[in-house]
Design a protein around this ligand. Sequence first.
Ligand code: SAH
Length: 384
Amino acid sequence: MLARVAVKTMADISSTVLGETLSAQIKANGPMSLGDYMAACMADPEHGYYHQQNPFGTDGDFITAPEISGMFGEICGLYLAHMYEIAMASVLGQSGPSSNAAIVELGPGRGTLMRDMHHAWAQLMPALTTHPVHFVETSERLRAQQADTMRATGAALHWHNDVSDLPSAPLFGIANEFFDALPQDQIIARNGEWHHRLVGLDTATGGLGFVDGPLIDQSEHKDTLPDAPSDGTIFEFCPAAETIVAHLARHIATNGGAMLIIDYGRNGNTGDSLQAVADHRPVDPFFEPGRADLSHWVDFAALDRGATSAGARLIGPVPQGRFLMRVGLATRAEQAAATADPETRRALLAAIDRLTSPAQMGEAFKVALLVPAGEGLPPGFETI
Ligand code: SAH
């Protein structure tokens, strides 16, 4: 992970139209929650990050796993094909490979991951290519890009603003670097008590900054918060992630299916994990609102609680490097390298290193699998 450094002075940091709007709003109504600030920065229909910028890839602010190598999508696709085969074995004979399964991706970015998964299915599990693809995506700009990327696959594409209107069918799908982008809130300990940590105006500079808010309603979090926290301790909550996972879990508990959830994260919510990145560099979270990517570590333990209470099971998380190696990334790379020229071979090795080495994405990124309640551990998750 990148260390966070401030690269702009406070006076500069609200110098976007969105920054000015948010400052005026705070002047009029008082401080806003961090979640509302993040939602405005990322999803404002006019000035939000995903509606304005081209964030992905070498020209963008960050490179995600599917943009590093097509092997990432192929391996994830093969993994879901395996889960599909197992899940559908129970309904085979009744209706054939379920005629009503749905393929789902949350936050598909440029559409690269789904295209690469489709490519693998076309070769090894054509039944999966016959099901419609449902993208959960709020950005119109990215929807258009996803349509372009997916055109050659011939898949029927549907877009949704959220998970609430996904079809009532077994869901097979993936969410890569989706949950980290959802708005989150923070609380902070002061003199042994917990306060909301809000976004307000710095009294000295007038710029946007963190301020302590009112006391929290302790009863909401009493089981998870320490009684005597040291001053300045921060805890994070992502209600949107919990709502989404609970919804998917209910869906999968009822209709069946399997969803891979891949993100940087941990089991827990202590500490400030908010980070802002612009032009591949860490910046202050209040740097030019709407121009930097804001994200945070995903709390897999919270997702697990949400999944379990909705009657499903979240298996994992396991580190991404271990998962990818266990499910055959090295073998896949060897196959590709066998016929490649030296330069392509070097690029393949560099991609594997980037995806799996602990110093890069291998350890900080984690993989979890949402499935109906049950027993046993599928490949990649043994000895969690
Ligand atoms: N999965 C892609 C992109 C990750 S970036 C990849 O790995 O390359 C996050 C994606 O989630 C973007 O497509 C963004 O527009 C989308 N997104 C962010 N918040 C969202 C929300 N609340 N609802 C739906 N999509 C959202």
